[in-house]
Ligand binder design. Sequence first.
Ligand code: MF3
Ligand code: CO
Ligand code: CO
Length: 254
Amino acid sequence: MSIIIKTPAEIEKMRVSGRLAADVLDMIAPYVVAGVTTNYLNDLCHNYIVDVQDAIPSPLNYRGFPKSICTSINHQVCHGIPSEKKLKSGDIINIDITVLKDGYHGDTSMMFCVGDVAPHAQRLCKITQEALFLGIEQIKAGATLGDIGEAIQLHAEGNRYSVVRNFCGHGIGKDFHEEPQVLHYGNAGEGLVLEAGMIITVEPMINLGKYATKSLGDGWTEVTKDHSLSAQYEHTVLVTETGYEILTLRQSER
Ligand code: MF3
Ligand code: CO
Ligand code: CO
């Protein structure tokens, strides 16, 4: 395993990339309403990243991905492809933004509720965001990846949800996906020992039903096998000696 420890200069660039990714979510929020297509949201984000941020949307052409953002609705777990389908009241949607600026990637996602969303769906989103932060709060030099995974799993399963197994967080920097793999389940004290200067994403996908997922057949979109609702939140996080720094915090979270 070769996990990259970022230099202070690289960390500074990652702060910029992270902030830009977060800014895209803040920008798009008011447009996530019933009646708009996910293609429209994609185009707004693409133009903002390219024209305003002078950056590159990392997903576009990444291993053949055809769009600039991922939009995953309801039982879609991740990697949903924007399309001409319109959002409707009651939908929950994850928008996942990754930007490349000055050679470094920043990666973040969140859930949006469209119109009137059922309480059980709102609750899934809330618990998933809580699970993300419980995972992040484990992070410091000397902690392990298992500490992160266990904290997330306990919160999800304690609320009778399940943690998706076949997608994980990742190291990030010059490459979109670097080592290590960051599992969202596991046992405290196990796995890789974190060191200051590592930068990872934490991005739990939590299902209302069982954790199994399957591909939709378009080569990208992953859905829950039992068609239950799924939610995801993601941050890019720097490991420090005493804790962590979230590089993708939005204005509303600061
Ligand atoms: N942003 C996703 C992640 O969190 C990866 C998307 S890959 C894509 O790792 F090709 F679908 F964009
Ligand atoms: Co990611
Ligand atoms: Co992402």
